[in-house]
Design a protein around this ligand. Structure first.
Ligand SMILES: Cc1cc2nc3c(=O)[nH]c(=O)nc-3n(C[C@H](O)[C@H](O)[C@H](O)COP(=O)(O)O)c2cc1C
Length: 223
């Protein structure tokens, strides 16, 4: 086990007063413009953009610094097609048989169904995997700490980085998604948690008319 070895906090920039307020307000304006898009253009996206956004995701904090994530970046048309076909098979079962009525009701305002053409149209699919455990050189399992929380934060940074760069995203969770591990040849300790569909929105793309909770509804302050 590596010993504690402190190094100086480089990279931190102290800001206060008006600058602090301006930056917080401007970040909020930027991030508030993010919407989940379900109609994508085929327009290509440079791979360097995706690489930088995945590196941003990799800066996320994680329990005991385990960094329990893997991002499988798919642009090959053959693999996108296989993912689409497998996802649509599961989603058809979900929408027509498995989903409880209440779940379908909650999905109604979003206009989603079992058809997932964007899994082929969008230039990139980033499949997010969570490490359930690691395996050391001796083949012993190493426990992960707060892996779901850590992967959730990393995925949030990924979505924000992609949005900030100028791309649209969709967080897609085909139910269940065990097929992704076998299709992408990922090891047994990893579990797919999400497909992040990435690209430019289709011309004239529409999104559901949904609202966001106000500050008073999501936060309480103890001043
Ligand atoms: C964990 C998670 C799973 C989601 N799964 C799906 C999905 O499978 N299909 C889909 O169309 N949207 C999915 N969404 C997108 C949500 O429906 C969307 O974020 C929500 O309606 C709010 O819309 P907004 O992202 O435009 O603010 C998912 C979002 C999250 C965070």
């Amino acid at each position: 086990m590596a010993k504690y070895r402190p190094v100086p906090l480089t990279g931190y920039v102290l800001r206060d007063g008006a600058v602090l307020k301006r930056r917080a307000a401007s970040f909020y304006r930027m991030v508030a413009r993010r919407r989940t898009v379900r109609m994508f253009a085929a327009r290509p996206v440079p791979r360097a953009v995706i690489e930088n956004c995945v590196m941003s995701a990799g800066t996320a904090p994680s329990g005991a610094n385990m960094q329990p994530w893997h991002f499988a970046v798919v642009s090959a048309p053959g693999m996108k097609r296989r993912i689409r076909l497998a996802a649509e098979k599961e989603e058809h079962e979900f929408y027509h048989r498995r989903a409880p009525k209440a779940w379908l009701k909650a999905l109604e305002p979003l206009g989603t169904d079992a058809k997932k053409p964007y899994l082929e149209t969008a230039p990139y699919l980033i499949v997010v995997f969570q490490h359930n455990y690691e395996v050391d050189a001796q083949g012993e399992k190493i426990k992960q700490y707060y892996a779901p929380e850590s992967v959730g934060i990393a995925t949030g940074i990924l979505l924000t980085a992609l949005h900030h760069a100028g791309l649209a995203t969709l967080t897609h969770t085909p139910n269940p998604m065990g097929f992704l591990r076998s299709l992408l040849g990922r090891p047994a300790n990893e579990r797919a948690v999400m497909i992040v569909v990435v690209g430019y929105p289709a011309r004239g793309a529409k999104v559901p008319d949904i609202g966001r909770k106000a500050l008073a509804d999501i936060a309480s302050f103890f001043d």
